[in-house]
Design a protein around this ligand. Structure first.
Ligand code: HEM
Length: 182
């Protein structure tokens, strides 16, 4: 996973639990990486998972919920690296562009990046996003979508469907409820 995700994870944990908590976490977790995580670098997913697992254990929070909250936080940091992607498009168009534009550009910039696959089903009322990734991070994807709606100031509801026979897949049915009040 790219260093930016590690860096934002650090920021997320520091925001909710403080710098000291993160420093302790780093000191007491066995990692493959022995150097500081930097944005453009690429590091083992196992290191991110080790930090994440240690953090949720210590904080006593539910892992899926924590991953979703991290996704929500992460969206705002990712879009800050390419705000032009969110210009002149509405939320639906933006979500449709993740697979065909944004993640394509990410992989051009960082050939070692591995982004999930999204396929879409569209109707007037809904957008269905089908997620597939060997990383099985669908709660992260859900959180990213929530963060995205927040960024566009739009109210959405998401109906999430997981597949018992395939943990690499998940489908999100998104309903657009218009502009949010705040
Ligand atoms: C609603 C919007 C988005 C969704 C749902 C989404 C979904 C995801 C997910 C779930 C992952 C984790 C990898 C996996 O599950 O296989 C990921 C990775 C990533 N995404 Fe997105 N993404 C979104 C927007 C963005 C934006 C706006 C950017 C940058 C401008 C971005 C850049 C990246 C990068 C750099 C990675 C890491 C890939 C790696 O380290 O190998 N994403 N994305």
């Amino acid at each position: 996973m790219k260093g930016i995700v590690f860096n934002v994870f650090e920021e997320f944990i520091e925001t909710i639990a403080g710098e000291e908590f993160f420093d302790d976490l780093l000191d007491s977790t066995v990692l493959q990486t022995q150097v500081p995580f930097v944005g453009p670098g690429t590091y083992p997913d196992a290191d991110l998972m080790a930090l994440f697992t240690a953090a949720v254990e210590r904080l006593g929070v539910e892992p899926g919920q924590a991953l979703k909250q991290f996704g929500q936080f992460l969206f705002h940091k990712l879009i800050a690296t390419g705000p032009q992607y969110a210009e002149n498009v509405d939320l639906r168009q933006f979500l449709l562009s993740i697979h065909t534009v944004i993640h394509v550009e990410v992989r051009k910039l960082y050939p070692e990046a591995i982004t999930p696959e999204f396929t879409y089903d569209e109707s007037d009322d809904h957008l269905v996003m089908h997620y597939r990734s060997a990383r099985q991070l669908w709660q992260l994807a859900e959180g990213l979508i929530i963060g995205c709606a927040e960024y566009f100031n739009e109210e959405i509801t998401i109906e999430t469907q997981t597949y018992d026979d395939d943990p690499e897949r998940c489908s999100f049915t998104i309903t657009f409820n218009g502009n949010s009040e705040h």
